[in-house]
Design a protein around this ligand. Structure first.
Ligand code: SAM
Length: 296
């Protein structure tokens, strides 16, 4: 495909040709800045990589990824866009489109089968309404994901990259920090999209630590439990979320070398990990915790 889809005129003409228009409910804000698309493709996909793209849209990023990658597997929920993509990239044998809701997709049966156990690099201008669910699905997946480079809302990027003790540090920071090292790459203004969104954006990159997945369940439940009431101390949260007595909560914190009066936003990934290890060893408190998602 040679069309320059990051030109607003070309993009609108192509959308007319394929009878599609931007749908708010799918978070469709298409990239119309070629330099940004180039930068994301370059920083996300090493030459010859196997790339997973979420929400290819009209292919702004996809075309560039195809120039570098050995395989591009893209998941697109929108039927009209999927038809357009199949047509636009019909001459690219290394392009694989899954017309599916990414959150419901069986990744091992899709991109997993194409990657054959090899490393996968994720690239996306994410639909913002499902940012945290997409990230958690990727990080908890058994796929061998090496890196995740994604456009997200600026405030979310700041949260992902926050340090303990800061205003932006929250459950999603601690959750993502367990699996990966996040880095803010660059900011992107609202004018780089069509239609123009109400928010500013940024591109973040997560370098994934392959070992982290093992104890993820206990860790994530701990994070969610300790952040349940943000303004309360971790001791109160231990009691409320896990049904501990004041004495038991104090004991857990002492073992983990955490101040009783600390609040969750002051704890590092390794401190959450310490608490989750104590839980795993000594108790069945986790049965009291329900879901563990919805970190944002
Ligand atoms: N990558 C394109 C670009 O940069 O111009 C489009 C990005 S747009 C912000 C988000 C894309 O994700 C849209 O194409 C939208 O249809 C798609 N999308 C939204 N929800 C999705 C889901 N649950 N699964 C797969 N794709 C989804």
């Amino acid at each position: 495909m040679n069309e320059n889809v990051t030109s607003p005129t070309v993009l609108k003409a192509l959308m007319d040709t394929y009878h599609v228009s931007p749908l708010k409910r799918f978070g469709q804000n298409f990239l119309i800045d070629g330099n940004i698309a180039d930068n994301i493709a370059r920083s996300s996909a090493p030459e010859g990589a196997c790339v997973l793209e979420i929400g290819p849209g009209m292919g702004a990023l996809t075309g560039r990824l195809l120039e570098r990658a050995r395989i591009v597997a893209a998941y697109e929920i929108d039927a009209g866009l999927s038809l357009a993509l199949r047509d636009m990239f019909k001459d690219e044998p290394h392009f694989h489109l899954f017309h599916e809701d990414f959150l419901k997709a069986d990744l091992m049966g899709g991109i997993g089968a194409l990657a054959e156990g090899g490393a996968v690099h994720v690239a996306a201008n994410l639909p913002y309404y499902i940012t945290s669910s997409c990230l958690m699905k990727l990080l908890e997946s058994p796929l061998h994901i090496a890196s995740i480079t994604v456009m997200v809302q600026k405030e979310v990027a700041e949260r992902l990259c926050a340090k303990p003790g800061g205003r932006d540090y929250g459950a999603i920071t601690a959750a993502v920090g367990f699996f990966s090292q996040p880095k803010l790459l660059f900011h992107v203004s609202a004018g780089c999209f069509y239609p123009r969104p109400d928010v500013e954006s940024a591109v973040v990159q997560l370098i994934v630590n392959r070992e982290a997945g093992k104890d993820a369940d206990a860790y994530l439940r701990t994070v969610k439990g300790l952040f349940a009431m943000r303004r309360k101390t971790v001791k109160s949260n231990l009691r409320q979320s896990f049904g501990l007595s004041s004495e038991q909560a104090g004991e857990v914190l002492e073992k983990a070398c955490i101040d009783e009066n600390a609040r969750a936003e002051m704890l590092s990934v390794s401190q959450f990990e310490e608490v989750s290890k104590i839980f795993k060893k000594d108790t069945d408190f986790f049965s009291k915790m329900a879901g563990k998602k919805d970190f944002i």
